[in-house]
Design a protein around this ligand. Structure first.
Ligand code: RB5
Length: 149
């Protein structure tokens, strides 16, 4: 299926169930989901999963990405090392909207040991429904991009 609403999902071992709940939720919102695992709760290293998801967004294959680890912090740090990625950890819906509207975030990171499923799904919904406002924010995002050069 070819769509401009394709989203990549990945996590480490701490968040398999929440990641699958998010996948179901996003599909119901009309997105094509590319879930690159992992599929078992065997201990694994979050940097490689953050990088793999971020590469799919940076390449343009997926428009957005959602990644998870215990806190959301480690996998976010890894994803943000990939050129073109702007990923924020959110524990509230206001921040999830704002990182799209003001920061043009293309990835969202969640901490499965920090927030429950209900809040996580609300945060995902806020992130996906918000749009970058451009204007004065575009200049600031360009300044972030310049730091990558
Ligand atoms: C794994 O135990 C844990 O360190 C990881 O999920 C994450 O919280 C790292 O930032």
């Amino acid at each position: 299926m070819t769509t401009n609403k394709r989203i990549i999902l990945s996590s480490d071992h701490a968040d398999i169930d929440l990641r699958q709940a998010i996948a179901k939720h996003i599909k119901a919102l009309g997105w094509e989901v590319v879930d690159i695992g992992p599929t078992t709760s065997e201990s694994t290293d979050y940097p490689k999963h953050g990088e793999a998801a971020a590469q799919r967004v940076a390449s343009g294959d997926c428009q957005l990405g959602i990644i998870l680890c215990g806190t959301g912090q480690g996998i976010m740090m890894a994803a943000n090392k990939i050129k073109g990625i702007r990923c924020g950890v959110c524990t509230d819906t206001f921040s999830a909207r704002m990182i799209r509207q003001h920061n043009d975030a293309n990835m969202l990171s969640l901490g499965a040991r920090v927030i429950g499923e209900g809040l996580a799904l609300d945060i995902v919904g806020a992130f996906l429904s918000a749009r970058f406002e451009g204007g004065r924010h575009a200049k600031r995002v360009d300044m972030i991009k310049a730091l990558e050069e």
